[in-house]
Design a protein around this ligand. Structure first.
Ligand SMILES: [Zn+2]
Length: 279
């Protein structure tokens, strides 16, 4: 029961004043006001506290790969609303809106690329597309990227960013977990090298399949990495969770992550790992 009740016509909530887009923004980590241009120059990492802002797939292509070396594959694959699914919106409309917003057909891009002259198969998920969720297209593109890496005998690198399986595709999205895992087992048997880069957040069905099956797991600082989210676990076990639960530092200490790498050092680290393993 509230102590005070606002009389109906009383004070009206004012519309939140937005800062003009494209100039300044507030850091989610430390609250400092940052000049957007400066943030871009710093790989979208806060200069004050090192908070890693979420970035679209295009930025990772720019940051990690040799200029103009990315040749996109399977770009003709488009999602289909198999189930004629509708929650608060029709899935078909969600897809159209996400495609318009991101300029992508689905939540992952794959392709051949070079990292400091080393040929690789590369994939990068995009959280901006329905939370980076894995539906049939994401699963199929990952599966085909694995096959290509195996066929070409090159390492596979996947940048993961996902809220999990896409519920609008129900069981079909869950089947992608088995498919990608089986493909990775074959790739591993053939001696393939697979590196995953875990960014904020990498969770649920993606963690339970290809994100956690790498030979090497690199993570960005502060990334949430886990199967069920902290809120769900807390409710289930009825206990408070330790500080930093499921963040990359926690997962490093518990053996799920091999190294935490600052975004600006990721490209150099990839080169080191690749040259170490490639004869
Ligand atoms: Zn900050």
């Amino acid at each position: 029961m509230a102590w005070f009740k606002r009389k109906k016509p009383g004070l009206m909530a004012q519309k939140k004043k937005e800062m003009p887009d494209g100039l300044w923004l507030k850091c989610d980590g430390c609250g400092e006001i940052i000049y957007r241009k400066q943030l871009r120059e710093n790989a979208h990492v806060c200069n004050h506290c090192g908070f890693h802002f979420r970035i679209p797939s295009e930025e990772y292509i720019h940051l990690l790969l040799d200029p103009n070396s990315f040749k996109e594959t399977e770009n003709d694959l488009e999602p289909v609303d198999f189930l004629n699914f509708k929650d608060s919106k029709r899935y078909e409309d969600r897809l159209k809106a996400a495609q318009k917003k991101t300029g992508l057909k689905d939540a992952i891009r794959t392709g051949t690329a070079n990292i400091k002259g080393i040929p690789v198969m590369f994939g990068v998920m995009d959280f901006g597309f329905i939370g980076g969720s894995m539906g049939s297209v994401v699963g199929e593109k990952v599966a085909r990227a694995i096959d290509q890496a195996r066929g070409r005998k090159v390492p596979l690198i996947l940048v993961c960013s996902s809220g999990g399986a896409r519920m609008m595709e129900s069981i079909i999205s869950l089947m992608q977990m088995a498919k990608t895992s089986a493909k990775l087992a074959k790739f591993s048997d053939a001696g393939g090298l697979y590196i995953t880069i875990l960014t904020n957040p990498t969770t649920a069905g993606v963690v339970a399949s290809f994100a956690m099956l790498g030979d090497i797991h690199l993570a960005e600082p502060g990334a949430l990495i886990g199967f069920a989210g902290p809120r769900v676990i807390k409710q289930t076990i009825g206990q408070d969770l330790p500080e930093g639960f499921q963040r990359s530092q926690f997962q490093l200490e518990h053996g799920f992550v091999d190294a935490i790498v600052h975004r600006k050092e990721m490209r150099d680290t990839l080169e080191k790992v690749l040259t170490f393993f490639i004869e």
